[in-house]
Design a protein around this ligand. Structure first.
Ligand code: AMP
Ligand code: MG
Length: 490
């Protein structure tokens, strides 16, 4: 099996990881191989999508040149610091440079116990593996920075969770697995030599265009602040609720990582949270920017002692960067909303127009995705307004707002059809709706029926197109289909 590894993380010093081999499983079987992604990584899709491929993707067959390491990290979970987390069930095979010249980690998630497993079994259950596969690939197709799914395989062994589930392994691809919590791990041990080395490594790997002759830590902080602000703005644009924005689930590359209890909004509700363990709504939809900033403060705290001799000056510079986060986020969010509304030029009153709309969506419990997709029709002509307004409990709430929107559109030169077309490239017809994800998991886990999984992957690969065969996936849930809570289910 040809993986052309080019490993660098395992050249960092020994405290960054533990060498560990995957634990063999009884009966590996491929559920799905992501063929286009395999090709991008320079791996033969046919070789992966075979019984021999299943042996590799389950960890049974060692791969030549693999690092085979579990990474050390710590993290703040729901605001509380846990000094040792680490890859408890994930093993980094190694790094691959794709045909696009980008370096990516290839990791087996659910490959058995590691020195970081604590009480866990080192395994992943089929349900969460399929959820991560579908949602991370959907996010990629939506244009949101994210880790990807290269493959899902069954292990042929059961795992015991709330109920017994088939075991599975997800092959996860990420631009790296360096988290805010990775820096916290070394800072908590007063190992600032490691913090500094990691800052240099991460800055070079993720932000090579930024020069930092003196201070990688400060340069990195600035880059991560931008990347996270951009990421969360994009989450809000598609109605994504991550659900566990702990610092160990916050990638410094600015990719979405760790799809646990994540969910998408159906009706627009800024207070919405789905995760059963997030009782206080810490990670609710509209809280996400604030939490991202909180996580960045933790990154800054870990980096601070490496930011230069003069600690007061370093603290001042770091604070200055952190205080920029809200404005950077607002700018990114405003840009996302302007595109959703079909606005090309930037005007001062645009944010108020968008805010007024969002309030109306919330008050009228309007489906977020459907609304913006129908708004594309309204952009082409007012004949579509009745259908758009019908999503509102009080249709006048839309008609009143649409008067101001059309006045604003009139200030731009774009032709209506052209505007509608541009809007359809940013307002998806399809998102991974929670009830469809649940339905897909039940089919696979309870009935060994993987048809819904394959259908979702196929449909969500082109979320901005309206294909009749997948029209049913654009429908919001009926009252009895609504998903009220999601579970980590690790
Ligand atoms: P997560 O909630 O998936 O972000 O995981 C939090 C921490 O728990 C990480 O250190 C994981 O590696 C670890 N963990 C989660 N599930 C398991 C498992 N089944 N076995 C061992 N460690 C696990
Ligand atoms: Mg995690």
């Amino acid at each position: 099996m040809a993986f052309t590894f080019d490993n660098t993380y395992d050249k960092l010093s020994a405290q960054f990881y533990a060498h560990v081999a995957p634990t063999k499983v009884r009966g590996p079987r491929v559920v799905k191989v992501n063929r286009p992604l395999a090709t991008l990584l320079g791996i033969d899709p046919d070789a992966l999508d075979s019984p021999e491929g299943a042996q590799v993707l389950s960890g049974n067959t060692p791969v030549d040149g693999a690092s085979s390491i579990a990474l050390a990290y710590a993290g703040h979970q729901f605001g509380h610091f846990v000094p040792q987390l680490g890859d408890g069930r994930a093993i980094l095979l190694g790094e691959v440079v794709g045909t696009d010249c980008k370096r990516r980690d290839v990791q087996l998630k659910g490959a058995g116990r590691t020195p970081f497993s604590r009480g866990g079994d080192g395994r992943a259950a089929l349900g969460p593996v399929l959820r991560e596969y579908v949602v991370s690939e959907a996010m990629a197709a939506l244009g949101v920075p994210t880790t990807r799914a290269l493959a899902a395989v069954l292990t042929g062994e059961p795992v015991i969770r709330e109920e017994v589930q088939p075991g599975a392994v997800l092959t996860r691809v990420a631009s790296s697995h360096i988290r805010v919590g990775t820096f916290e791990y070394f800072a908590a041990r007063d190992d600032y030599k490691a913090v500094a080395a990691l800052a240099t490594y991460a800055r070079r790997r993720h932000f090579p265009e930024v020069s930092a002759p003196k201070n990688d830590a400060l340069a990195l902080l600035e880059c991560v602040i931008r990347a996270q602000a951009e990421l969360v703005a994009r989450w809000l644009g598609v109605g994504f609720v991550h659900g566990v924005m702990n610092t160990d689930n916050t990638s410094v590359s600015g990719e979405t990582i760790d799809y646990g209890p994540c969910a998408f909004l159906d009706e627009y509700d800024p207070k919405k949270k789905f995760s059963s363990i997030d009782r206080a709504g810490r990670y609710a939809f509209a809280n996400q920017p604030r939490i991202a900033q909180w996580n960045l403060v933790k990154l800054a705290e870990a980096l601070l002692p490496t930011m230069g001799e003069d600690e007061d000056e370093a603290a001042r510079l770091a604070t200055e960067q952190l205080e920029r986060f809200p404005a950077i986020f607002e700018t990114a969010h405003a840009r996302v909303l302007r595109a959703k509304l079909g606005l090309r030029v930037e005007h001062d009153e645009d944010s108020a127009l968008a805010a007024d709309l969002l309030e109306r969506l919330a008050a009228n419990e309007v489906d977020y995705t459907l609304f913006f997709r129908r708004l594309c029709g309204s952009a082409a002509g007012a004949a579509a307004d009745a259908e758009t307004a019908s999503l509102f409990a009080h249709p006048t709430a839309f008609h009143d707002w649409a008067v101001a929107w059309r006045q604003r559109l009139a200030r731009e030169e774009t032709a209506p059809e052209e505007r509608a077309c541009a809007m359809r490239l940013v307002n998806p017809a399809l998102i991974p709706r929670n009830h469809r994800i649940e339905e897909m998991i039940v089919a696979a886990v309870v009935r060994q029926d993987f048809e819904p999984f394959h259908t979702l992957v196929e449909a969500l690969g082109r979320p901005y197109e309206e294909r009749p065969a997948f029209a049913f996936l654009s429908e919001p849930p009926k009252p009895d289909e609504r998903v009220r809570a999601t579970f980590c289910g690790t």
